[in-house]
Structure formats: structure tokens, C-alpha cells
Design a protein around this ligand. Structure first.
Ligand code: ADP
Ligand code: MG
Length: 343
């Protein structure tokens, strides 16, 4: 009798919930804290973020910002005679971080990659290889140094050269995952797995004496089998790989991460970069940036942004895996055709 009263007071626990948002499949598992209400709160939060950063949604903030500058003078050399456009606090904070990271990576990560993403037709049905002259024409429009954030006292506004456009595809999911973690903390959730299209946050501990085991995909395996497993708690695991979204022609693979210097898909012998750290936004920026910079990017980033505390796993074309020493006791290799080198 007594226990049945307790049972009826307790809210029903739902299984993990999945929805498409931020252009990807988002799956949330809140385990024993998984109420309808909490899942609802998380998915509406994701929707609100999508409504800011979805470049293909004409109702999104980024879409109107980009449309505004589309009408500007055709000059990426000088900022044209446009007045700035005001931006929301969330837009500002992501842009600020992305810009700082662009400076730190000397433009390997560039939030003004928009025109190039469009030219290659990335994330659309019409992905194709553009002609060199088209790339040459577009490249001057990709330049984070031409972005200015102004502070009017009442709010922030943005100014950039005409025809430039922003793309936060390499950072928005990380921002969203951190936002969900904030909600979980606020609501006293003990443990959860957030998976925003491979951008994973393993929140809390799996059990008091057990870490989560997070799989890192094997880029050589078409069925999505893992290459290795990482044991972690309260950490994010974010991967940028050339197998997630790509375009294939004549046996050549063109990935969706572009090198802003050449205008071509980045390819430095890297198949995937996985970053492990506390901040999912940092991890998202880092995985995309390192994919462009290659292995030598690690020491540069450690020097330029020492407050970004991160570990990495980089899977190369030649079967080598480079990982940070900190992960030595946390990794389990599942495919022994790979060799791991700890640095
Ligand atoms: P995914 O979105 O597959 O998880 P990433 O986080 O690495 O992978 O982001 C890739 C996306 O970032 C691309 O689809 C594009 O929108 C954008 N992008 C591509 N190249 C760059 C770059 N050099 N700098 C910043 N953003 C980029
Ligand atoms: Mg990223």
C-alpha cells in the first residue's frame, strides 16, 4: 500500500529521446531523471539554438545576418558603407569565441567560411567540386579579420564586408551540448548521455565506481564500428571526421571541413580528430581546427590558448593513431591494425 503511493507520486521515467535538430540526430538519455518535462525542456532549448544558427532556415538569426551583408558592396578588402546589424547575446557569445579561436589558429578555423561552404554545396544535395576560378573568386570573402563586433552600450552589433557570410557548423553543436549540461546541473540530474550527431557529452558518472565508455568510430569501417573506446566521466568527446559528411567523385573523397587558405577540403593524412575535454564548445572548435591544421596544430594551440585544456586522439590514413599521454590509461583499442602513439 505504502509503496504503491510512493510509486504513483513519482513521475514516469521515459526511455532515451531522439529528435532531429541542428541538422543532425540528437539523442538524449537522462536515465532515472528522464521525465517528459525535462526532455521537453532540453529539446525546446535545442530548437531555440537551431533557430539562431541554422544557415539554411530563413527564420534563423544567422540567415538574416548573412542576408543583410549579401546586399552590401562587393568588396572583402574594405568594410563597405553598411551600418552594423545588431546580434543577440547568444549569437554574440558564439561569434566571439569562434573569432578568438580563428585568431589563435591563424584562420585554420574561420567562422566566415560561409561562402566556401556554399560554393562546395556542403550539407546540401548539390555537393560538387567547384572550378578553380570560382574558388579564387570566393576566397577573399573568407576572412575573419574583416569581422567586427561593436558595442553600442545597449547591445552588440556586427559589421563585416559585403558578401561575406558566417557559418557556425563547426561550433554550434558544442555550444548546444554545454547549454544542455547547464540545464542538467540546474535540475539536479545525476547522469546523462547527450549525443548531438556524434558530439557527445558524458555527464556525471555511469555508476559511483564506473566511468562511461565512449566509442570513437573507425574511419575505415563503413558500418560504423568503433576503433577504440575511451573511459571518462563528466567530459565531452567530439569528433570531426572525413567520413561523416563527404562527397565522392572518381574514387576521391572530399570532406566537409575546408581549408580556408586553399579553399579545398582539408586533408593532411587525417581521417578523424577526437577531442576530449570539459567544454563541448572548446572541443567542437578544436576538433574542426585541428582537422585543418594537422598534428603540428596541437603545439600551436597549446601555446596560443593555454586555457583550453584538452586531450586528443587523431586517427591517420596510414593506420597510426596519435593521442595525448593523459589518455594512456583511458583508451582501449578495438582494431589492432592500428598503432597508438602517445605524445
Ligand atoms: P560535424 O558538423 O560533422 O560534427 P565539425 O564540427 O568539424 O563537424 O564541423 C564541420 C562544419 O563546420 C562544416 O560542415 C562547415 O559548416 C563548417 N566548417 C568547415 N570548414 C571550416 C573551417 N575551416 N572553419 C570553421 N568552420 C568550418
Ligand atoms: Mg567542430
Amino acid at each position: 500500500m505504502f509503496s504503491s503511493i510512493i510509486m504513483s507520486c513519482r513521475k514516469a521515467v521515459l526511455p532515451p529521446q531522439v529528435q532531429v535538430s541542428l541538422g543532425t540526430v540528437c539523442s538524449i538519455n537522462l536515465f532515472e531523471d528522464g521525465t517528459q518535462e525535462l526532455y521537453g525542456e532540453i529539446f525546446s532549448f535545442l530548437k531555440s539554438i537551431d533557430h539562431i544558427f541554422n544557415v539554411n532556415d530563413s527564420g534563423a538569426e544567422i540567415y538574416s545576418v548573412n542576408s543583410y551583408f549579401k546586399t552590401g558592396a562587393n568588396s572583402a578588402v574594405e568594410v563597405p558603407e553598411l551600418s552594423p546589424v545588431s546580434i543577440s547575446p547568444v549569437f554574440h557569445s558564439v561569434l566571439r569565441k569562434a573569432l578568438d579561436f580563428a585568431y589563435a589558429t591563424d584562420g585554420a578555423f574561420d567562422p566566415s567560411i560561409g561562402p566556401l561552404v556554399k560554393l562546395w554545396g556542403i550539407n546540401t544535395e548539390s555537393a560538387h567540386i567547384p572550378a578553380q576560378f570560382q574558388i579564387d573568386e570566393i576566397l577573399p570573402l573568407v576572412n575573419y579579420r574583416k569581422i567586427r563586433i561593436l558595442d553600442s552600450g545597449e547591445g552588440k552589433s556586427l559589421l563585416m564586408a559585403g558578401k561575406m557570410s558566417l557559418d557556425f557548423g563547426g561550433v554550434a553543436k558544442g555550444y548546444a551540448a554545454d547549454g544542455i549540461v547547464e540545464i542538467l546541473k540546474l535540475r539536479g540530474v545525476k547522469r546523462a548521455i547527450i549525443d548531438l550527431g556524434g558530439n557527445i557529452y558524458a555527464y556525471g558518472k555511469k555508476a559511483p565506481d564506473r566511468d562511461w565508455a565512449v566509442a570513437v568510430r573507425d574511419p575505415q569501417n563503413k558500418d560504423g564500428a568503433p576503433a577504440l573506446v575511451i573511459s571518462i566521466s563528466d567530459a565531452t568527446v567530439v569528433t570531426s571526421g572525413d567520413y561523416e559528411r563527404y562527397y565522392e567523385k572518381d574514387g576521391r573523397r572530399f570532406g566537409h571541413i575546408l581549408d580556408p587558405k586553399s579553399g579545398m577540403p582539408a586533408s593532411d593524412g587525417i581521417r578523424s580528430v577526437t577531442v576530449v575535454c570539459r567544454s563541448s564548445m572548446d572541443a567542437d572548435l578544436l576538433s574542426t581546427g585541428l582537422f585543418v591544421m594537422g598534428l603540428q596544430g596541437i603545439s600551436r594551440i597549446r601555446e596560443k590558448v593555454p586555457d583550453m585544456d584538452f586531450d586528443y586522439i587523431i586517427i591517420m590514413n596510414d593506420g597510426k593513431i596519435h593521442a595525448s599521454r593523459n589518455l594512456e590509461n583511458k583508451l582501449r583499442l578495438l582494431n589492432d591494425t592500428y598503432t597508438i602513439y602517445f605524445n
